[in-house]
Design a protein around this ligand. Structure first.
Ligand code: ASP
Ligand code: MG
Length: 437
């Protein structure tokens, strides 16, 4: 049996510098560690494909997109050319048939990664690396049927993915696997949602029992806050799986929200690192109670609805009822704050009207009243043991807040939207430190 491999995932922006990518792979091979590369599409290609799908009938736009895909992948081997031809055919089909159904959309979107792995494998081969392109759907990475936002089914994928990858590793090859998509239970192409190559890499790492998965980004690093909003934001060297999961779910855009789970479940260490600045890296592994990481995120614009329920506590099941009505109208609750007779619901702006409509039965039956919507931002502080920090919250930050909730891992504050950035900076000063103004 081959040794446990390391998975290296390269994002679209890092592919802009294939010489660097090849050097990274050479360096990672020093002690003959077997490597699996996971690749996203080149930067901007998935956006182009999205545009092409949105203008289903526009042959002229499609021609331009295909030309651009060719231009961005110069030196494509014939196998890669065939993937570009396939893209052309798929686009011709929608020019005739009109806007495609979700599985057909995913098939078109997946072509960005397919072309990329053929191109990258050639670039690596030119630099003496035994790279072999692998398409994840053919490999047997199985997902559910939620096209556009599917989940990898690890148990169903394990046998085929292990067999396929280890067969290549045993021959001394470097599999270069497409990120972003797999094959649905119905046997069609299913994408994992934007930024899904991180998630694919984590899943593949878990499936092959990798010793670690490195997510290589060109510039990005995991910081204590968005540096455009908080000038004093600093890199975070280590995060627990749970902290990283909260961060990814709460909108820190560095990671696809589902990235952490497969790695956590399999006990695989994740490392997020920057290609430009090797000193910036974050290791995501089991937590250490001694550590005191604090990271902040902000979500906006959002809307808050206050639902006043007279005698709320005396009504068992009121929260369940509210969420049942909302979910049957496909309205997602971003955050929920409750006290005895008050439920504060934070929703996406585009879902507020549907939300109010969906709550009509509750307002009738429970004689509840809806107030709002109020424009809010959610400021979220994340870190294991964060309840210890409650006494450090600056009172100015909490002033005029519309809601507050906390678990031992994250606390969230809903504040008037216009005050969001100021509260974010105040919390960063109090919890992370530094001189952010
Ligand atoms: N190419 C896909 C996207 O741009 C997946 C990824 O980059 O991770 O969303
Ligand atoms: Mg991309």
């Amino acid at each position: 049996m081959t040794r446990a491999p390391v998975v290296l995932k390269f994002g679209g922006a890092s592919l802009e510098d294939p010489v660097r990518v090849a050097r990274e792979i050479h360096d990672a091979q020093v002690d003959h560690t077997p490597l699996v590369v996971v690749s996203s599409a080149r930067e901007g290609i998935t956006d182009l494909l999205h545009g092409a799908v949105q203008h289903a009938r526009s042959a002229e736009l499609h021609d331009r997109v295909v030309r651009e895909v060719r231009r961005r992948h110069s030196g494509l081997p014939p196998t890669g050319e065939r993937q570009v031809d396939r893209l052309r055919r798929l686009l011709r089909e929608i020019e005739r048939a009109g806007p495609p159904a979700p599985p057909a959309v995913d098939q078109i979107l997946s072509q960005g990664e397919r072309v990329a792995v053929h191109w990258l494998s050639r670039e690596l081969a030119d630099r003496g690396l035994a790279a072999v392109p692998v398409e994840a759907d053919r490999l047997g990475l199985i997902t559910d049927n939620a096209y556009g936002a599917s989940c990898v089914l690890l148990d169903r994928s394990r046998t085929a993915v292990r067999r396929g990858i280890y067969a290549l590793l045993a021959r001394g090859r470097i599999p270069v696997v497409t990120g972003y998509f797999g094959r649905s239970l119905e046997g069609r192409v299913a994408t994992l949602g934007r930024g899904g190559s991180d998630y694919a890499a984590s899943a593949i790492g878990a499936l092959v029992g990798a010793s670690r998965v490195e997510l290589v980004k060109r510039h990005v690093a995991v910081l204590s806050a968005d540096p455009r909003l908080v000038p004093g934001a600093r890199p975070i060297p280590e995060l627990s799986y749970e902290e990283a999961e909260e961060l990814a779910q709460f909108g820190a855009r560095v990671l696809h929200p589902l990235t952490i789970e497969p790695a956590r479940a399999a006990g695989v260490t994740l490392r997020v690192r920057s290609l430009e600045d090797p000193s910036v890296a974050t290791t995501i592994a089991p937590g250490d109670p001694q550590r005191r990481n604090r990271a902040l995120t902000m979500l906006r614009p959002l809307r808050l609805l206050r639902l006043r329920v007279p005698g709320g506590r005396q009504r068992p099941g009121i929260v369940a009822e509210v969420s049942r009505h909302l979910s049957s109208a496909n309205v997602n609750i971003v955050q929920l704050y409750t006290s005895s007779a008050l439920l504060c619901l934070v929703l996406e702006p585009g879902q507020v009207l549907a939300g109010i409509r969906a709550l009509a039965p509750v307002t009738r039956e429970a004689a509840a009243m809806v107030e709002g919507p109020y424009r809010v931002a959610l400021v979220i502080a994340i870190g294991d043991g964060i309840l210890d920090d409650l006494d450090r919250l600056p009172s100015a930050a909490v002033d005029g807040a519309e809601g507050f909730s906390a678990t031992p891992r994250a606390l969230s504050l809903a504040v008037p939207e216009s005050r969001g950035p100021e509260v974010l900076r105040a919390l960063h000063r109090a919890l992370v430190g530094g001189s952010s103004k």
